[in-house]
Design a protein around this ligand. Structure first.
Ligand code: NAD
Length: 304
């Protein structure tokens, strides 16, 4: 085990079962002191119990590790603040934050309610933002932080019945893109995980033979790398069944349309050139797009 977390304190949300439990057990096995946060609710976010979190703490302690349980609802900032205070009182630092807690309220967009939509945004998107906000100043002051947000192929690429979930899961990627810039100077690295695993969330969605391959233990190494000392930053790492890949947002080089041709008709006529993938790039900041367009226009107009 060359990658270890001795002396590090980690908070893993939704760690009472599924992927979060697995991330927490492995972080603890490699030396981290871990806060096992879990509301202990049903898959749709209703109800609550401290049993699952306490059972994971007991498992870690039985293996010789250190952990504490916390029942904060990540969607509630006051509860998240209290969780971070509990962590600071206990261990005095927060080095690693794995935003993993999640629920599902699947319905086609036509049939789904706005209340369900908001609930899913509250848990996945605001839940992650609440936790990051409560840890951010601590990590800045420490000049050390490793944060993971959990996205999903449903957000990255879409999935029937998951408009609410997909929107929330791309929301955390949007937050990551800017947090990496604001955190860089403080040695805070922020990455996203896009997992696929057999948990209660995916129960019955795939044949048992596929679920047997998709154990959470095959995803956890990806999170462990993303929160390690030498982690990358701004990476969307996808993991499942022993497969690992990276997703990037890319932009085509595009074209400049001359004065008089900046019309919808000219866009239609030049569609192949606009969408031509040769020369496409993963931009590193929003401003790069503006500079690219201004440079193209200036060159065409013979200015600057
Ligand atoms: P899971 O249902 O097994 O675990 C989620 C945990 O989050 C549960 O223990 C639950 O009690 C907890 N939780 C829910 N709402 C909470 C809240 N408000 N505050 C605190 N804890 C809360 O699901 P999982 O499959 O292990 O999912 C973990 C994460 O991975 C989720 O963010 C999920 O969206 C994401 N994900 C999972 C898959 C997959 O294939 N399983 C795919 C893509 C993304």
């Amino acid at each position: 085990m060359t990658i270890r977390y001795d002396g590090k304190v980690a908070i893993v949300t939704g760690a009472g079962q599924g992927l979060g439990r697995c991330h927490a057990l492995e972080l603890a096995a490699r030396g981290a002191r871990v806060v096992i946060n879990d509301l202990g609710g049903a898959a749709d976010g209703t109800g609550g119990s401290s049993e699952a979190a306490l059972a994971v703490v007991a498992e870690i302690e039985a293996a010789g590790g250190e952990a504490i349980a916390n029942g904060a609802n990540v969607a509630k900032y006051d509860e998240v603040e209290a969780m971070v205070k509990q962590t600071m009182d206990q261990w005095g630092r927060v080095d690693i934050l794995v935003n993993n807690a999640g629920i599902l309220r699947d319905k086609s967009f036509a049939k789904g309610s706005l209340d369900d939509f908001k609930m899913v945004l509250d848990v996945h998107l605001m839940g992650s933002i609440n936790c990051i906000k409560a840890c951010w100043d601590i990590m800045r002051a420490q000049e050390y932080g490793r944060i993971v947000v959990t996205t999903s192929s449903s957000g990255l690429y879409g999935n029937f019945g998951q408009t609410n979930y997909g929107a929330a899961k791309m929301g955390v990627v949007g937050a990551m893109n800017t947090l990496v810039q604001e955190g860089a100077k403080y040695n805070i690295k922020v990455n996203a995980l896009a997992p696929t695993a057999a948990t209660r969330m995916t129960e019955g969605l795939m044949p048992q033979e596929a679920l047997d391959l998709l154990v959470p233990e095959k995803v956890t190494p990806a999170v462990l790398y993303l929160v390690s000392e030498d982690a990358p930053t701004r990476t969307i790492l996808c993991a499942g069944a022993g497969g690992y890949s990276v997703t990037r947002m890319i932009e085509t080089e595009g074209i400049y349309l001359p004065e008089g041709e900046q019309t919808p008709e000219a866009i239609a006529a030049n569609w192949d050139a606009i969408t031509d993938p040769s020369g496409e790039k993963a931009l590193q900041a929003g401003g790069e797009q503006g500079f690219k367009f201004v440079a193209k226009a200036a060159q065409a107009l013979g200015i600057g």
